[in-house]
Write a protein that binds this ligand. Structure first.
Ligand code: HXC
Length: 512
């Protein structure tokens, strides 16, 4: 063997030695896979190519330095579902996955490659944040990663997967990406940890209660997806990628529908006759999407709005629906922000939006007003109006007041609007309307209950019924619920070449 080749092999052996049994055991004991196992699971078998594997650690003062090759992060590219994806995976075994200058430069380099090549970027995060002993170099490292995140935003899909700690600076890159996954029991995210909270506020809180997956999937809404363990989380990432294009210049992957679109009579029986009775909008979604399959985003946060990716006739769509089962489907601050964010992502990545409406209005109350329902509700209105992808609406039942306008009405630019015969479209529901218009008559009536019933029937007949909206052109057609999927599918085809130009400007001033 030539000396040069021997040298080459020896160098490879040194790298292999880094990944001995103790390396694997340490992570497995924590209930986690190693950085390398994770990245190999993410990519289609045999396709992962590593970059900068031998990058030396930056020299650091204050005692502890890194002895490992690669400086605690694996970076590279490969295929996921047969398509090119770039990724990095932080190694908690190397100084707690903390981010120093070399570590950061490797990530920023791969982010740049993903952007240049129009490929999705996936970050597997398991990190104690900025590496303390590298001081300003690690802070500047984060700055370069954040900058790449922001420059890539809306150009390539960016996905963050939290698989251990994400502390301090480690949370802000995920927050700048499109989707955040968390593993159920082994991940947590916070800007300042329990120790700092105790020191500053004298508050005792566990890691889990401060920033565990369940907190972020429900209360804060920071996490979009939570899966039980590393393997399932990575499968979830692959599933999400199957709905997304590689970049903003491509359309999402088209698939051949297994069953041709056909009439479904079950759809006629889901919405109850009684307008005050709840039902599960997911039962309707299952019947109008291919094979009943959808991938719900932020399932347990602001569940009064439902957001999901699915396919209709093989074409990827984003579905936004009011959920009558939760808070009667009213719009509040959290659901407005959740809906707006989802719409922005669909619009950025050429995913048509299908909106299913059953909304009694915005949630009234002091809490909501003080939380800023005015500015948060405006986000949903802005996102729908700003979006130029095909936008199709089906009004299932209630569409009252401002919430009618916001939920992709034709007036704000909805392309096709359909209504089921059960639809009620008006400024407000019968109770409110009658109380305002007939207060005097009701107080003087011999039998106010009978008068109220008569007025309610009359209101439904003369004001709220969908045929009025149909005749006036505010909706395109009152449809048989059984034909909903066909109507959406043919509308999607009619809108395939939709181009909607906007006035030239740097960017709009999004309500924040
Ligand atoms: C250097 C670090 C480190 C860090 C952990 N380690 N965090 N080294 N810089 N930020 C090292 C530990 O010294 C230890 O090394 C090893 O990683 C494992 O850490 P443990 O504490 O033993 O693990 P665990 O008990 O699981 O706790 C994990 C942890 C904790 C919760 C992440 O380590 C921790 O609180 N770290 C600090 C988090 C933090 O405050 N980061 C800085 C935030 S400021 P040995 O050699 O013993 O194995 C920040 C600024 C950027 O990020 C802001 C941008 C907006």
């Amino acid at each position: 063997m030539k000396k040069s080749y021997e040298q080459f092999i020896a160098r490879q052996e040194l790298l292999k030695k880094q990944y001995d049994d103790t390396y694997y055991q340490k992570q497995h004991q924590r209930g986690k896979l190693t950085a390398r196992e994770r990245i190999l699971l993410l990519f289609d078998e045999g396709t992962f190519e590593e970059t900068d594997a031998y990058a030396p650690p930056a020299t650091a003062s204050f005692g502890k330095t890194v002895k490992a090759f690669g400086d605690g992060v694996i970076t590279g590219f490969g295929k996921v579902n047969g398509r090119l994806v770039y990724a990095y995976s932080q190694d908690f075994n190397v100084l707690g996955g903390s981010l120093g200058a070399t570590h950061a430069a490797k990530i920023a380099k791969i982010q740049g490659m993903a952007l240049k090549t129009g490929s999705p970027m996936v970050g597997l995060i398991d990190s104690g944040g900025a590496r303390i002993q590298e001081g300003i170099s690690s802070l500047d490292g984060y700055a370069s990663i954040f900058r790449q995140n922001i420059l890539s935003s809306g150009v390539i899909p960016q996905i963050s997967v939290i698989m251990g700690p994400a502390a301090g600076g480690a949370v802000y890159s995920p927050a700048l990406t499109d989707f955040i996954f968390m593993t159920a029991d082994t991940s947590y995210m916070f800007v300042t940890g329990p120790n700092v909270v105790k020191e500053v506020l004298n508050e005792t809180v566990s890691t889990e209660d401060l920033g565990g997956a369940s907190v972020h999937a429900t209360k804060s809404g920071v996490a979009d997806f939570v899966y039980s363990d590393d393997e399932n989380t990575l499968l979830g990432v692959k599933k999400l990628l199957s709905y997304l294009p590689s970049n903003n210049l491509e359309n999402p992957p088209l698939t051949e529908p297994a069953i041709p679109t056909r009439e479904d009579e079950q759809l006629r029986n889901i919405v109850p006759e009684d307008p005050d009775k709840p039902y599960n909008v997911k039962d309707i979604v299952s019947l109008i999407v291919d094979n009943g399959n959808f991938l719900e985003v932020s399932e347990n946060h602001a569940a009064n709005i439902f957001t999901a990716f699915a396919r209709i006739d093989g074409q990827v769509v984003g579905i936004v629906a009011n959920q009558p089962k939760v808070m009667a489907g009213t719009l509040d601050t959290h659901s407005s922000v959740k809906g707006a964010r989802f719409i922005n992502i669909c619009d950025a990545f050429n995913i048509p939006i299908v909106t299913l409406v059953d909304v009694p209005g915005f949630l009234p109350g002091t809490d909501q007003e003080h939380e800023g329902i005015i500015r948060h509700g405006a986000k949903l209105l802005y996102a729908y109006t700003y979006a130029t992808v095909p936008k199709i609406t089906v009004i299932l039942r209630k569409a009252y007041g401002g919430a009618y306008i916001v939920m992709n009405s034709k007036g704000i630019g909805g392309d096709f609007s359909f209504a089921w015969p059960t639809a009620e479209i008006a400024v407000m529901g019968p109770d409110g309307a009658i109380a305002i218009l007939y207060r005097k008559e009701l107080s003087e009536a011999e039998d106010p209950v009978i008068l109220k019933k008569e007025l309610t029937d009359k209101y439904r007949e003369e004001v709220t019924n969908p045929y009025i909206a149909d005749e006036k052109g505010y909706i395109d057609e009152v449809i048989d619920p059984a034909l909903t999927k066909q109507k959406i599918a043919s509308s999607l085809k009619a809108l395939q070449r939709k181009i909607e130009l906007r006035p030239k400007r740097k960017h709009g001033n999004l309500p924040l």
